[in-house]
Structures are given as C-alpha cells and as structure tokens.
Design a protein around this ligand. Structure first.
Ligand code: HEM
Length: 219
C-alpha cells in the first residue's frame, strides 16, 4: 500500500515499542496461564518447555507486563480521561458497530470504547499482579495462609477471564476500524481516518493544540 502524502503521527516509536512489549507479554501470559488453568489446556505448556518451566516463567512475564503497562498508563492516562463526549458516543454504539459513523457524535483522541479498555486493564493488571504474588509459592508461599491463597487464586482466575474478554474486544475493535493497526505498527494515520473516527482530535491538531510536528507532509 502506498503511503499517503499527508500523515498524522498517532503513536511515537516509544508508544509502539511499549505497546507491543505489553501485547507480547499478555499473549504469553494467556497461553501459559490457560495451560495451568485446566488439564484440557495443559498441552499449551509445551510452548514453554513443559509444566515446570511454564510455572516458573509465568510470574516473571507478569512482572514485565506490570512494568510495561505502567509505561502505557504514564503515556496515555490523559487521553483516556472520561468526558461528556463519551456518553454521547456510547448512545450511538450501534452505528459504530455497523461501521456507519456519519451521524456518530465527534470524539477526541480516544472514544469511550478505547477508554473502557484502558481503564479496565488499569484495574485488572494490578489485581492480577498482587493476587499472583500471593500464589507465587516459591517466594511468597510462607507469607500467607492456605485459605488466603485459595481466595487469591480464585480472584486471579476471574480477573484473568475478564482481562481476556477485554483483550478480545480490543483486538476486534483494532481490526474492525480499518487502518487502526497501521497506527500502532507504523505510527501514523491519515487525516481521513482521523476525520471519520476522531473528528475533535483532528480539529485540535489542525488548530495547533498538540504542537506543529504531529501533522506531516511526506518528504
Ligand atoms: C495482541 C494484540 C493486540 C493488538 C492487535 C492491539 C492493537 C492495538 C491498536 C491497533 C491500537 C491503536 C488503536 C487506535 O489508535 O485507535 C492499540 C492501542 C492500545 N492498546 Fe493494544 N493491541 C493488542 C494488545 C494489547 C494489550 C494486551 C493491551 C493491554 C494490556 C493493550 C493496550 C493498548 C493501549 C493502552 C492502547 C492505547 C490507546 C490509548 O489508551 O490511548 N493492547 N492496540
């Protein structure tokens, strides 16, 4: 596909590297976690060198995910603050889902769906991390009682299921809204994309509110 003449930088290299480290960790955690969740899924542990390796490596990947997601929180919390546009956008969710966005109220850099993903993960990842510490037997097994560990493993599993559902929604939306993935792989979107999906953001950019370097002519 040819690169358009005018592009808008949506994600910097730092944003993208941070995002994809998070995504890779998440997928690895899902695969290794599911292999320990049910015997029918134990075969997935083969990807990590067997059951013992899976058990050993899963919590460490969780630590990397927490740090990596903290990076995303620092970079994106401001863009995900809830405002009045979100309620109006939510009321038009049916049009968004059938890709008929002409009459959907304009939104800024992120829509309510993206904000939902962001804040859900902001809640779920620390819950997964801290309940994970409680059940990390090799280091913290002695620190808490067995009944506490039982509750922790239940919350850990429920939070993981919720995070997987949020993640599926996120990936579906990323694929459904054409050319969003390019924003996260190559960093740019077109003015047409921004007009269609984030019209207020485009107006802010055009009026120079986000600095001069965001909209670029292709050299
Ligand atoms: C592995 C598959 C994944 C794919 C294909 C994917 C795809 C994308 C795409 C295309 C965007 C840009 C959306 C836009 O600009 O409109 C994005 C943004 C984002 N993604 Fe993902 N993602 C994945 C996994 C994850 C995971 C696992 C997390 C968190 C745990 C995550 C958190 C985020 C965040 C925080 C943003 C930035 C949106 C913002 O808050 O400003 N992603 N992702």
């Amino acid at each position: 596909m040819t690169r358009p003449n005018t592009v808008i930088i949506r994600y910097t290299m730092a944003n993208r590297v941070n995002h994809w480290i998070t995504a890779i960790c998440f997928v690895l955690l899902v695969l290794s976690g599911l292999s320990m969740f049910h015997p029918m899924l134990f075969f997935l542990s083969g990807l990590f060198g067997g059951g013992q390796w899976t058990r050993a490596v899963h919590p460490w990947i969780g630590c990397v995910l927490l740090i990596s997601y903290l990076g995303l929180i620092i970079q994106f919390w401001r863009a995900n603050l809830v405002n009045r546009d979100d309620a109006a956008w939510m009321k038009s969710i049916k049009e968004v889902l059938v890709n008929d966005e002409d009459h959907v109220p304009p939104v800024g850099r992120n829509n309510a769906g993206q904000k939902f993903v962001f804040w859900s993960m902001t809640l779920l990842i620390p819950v997964l991390f801290f309940t994970g510490l409680v059940i990390w037997e090799v280091y913290f097994g002695e620190a808490t009682s067995i009944p506490v560990q039982r509750v922790a493993v239940l919350i850990h599993s429920m939070a993981a299921i919720a995070a997987i559902l949020v993640w599926i929604t996120h990936v579906y939306a990323a694929i459904w809204v054409r050319n969003s993935v390019r924003g996260m792989t190559q960093g740019y979107v077109t003015p047409g994309w921004a007009w269609r999906h984030h019209r207020k953001w485009l107006s802010e950019l055009a009026s120079g509110q986000h600095g001069k370097t965001t909209i670029r002519k292709r050299p």
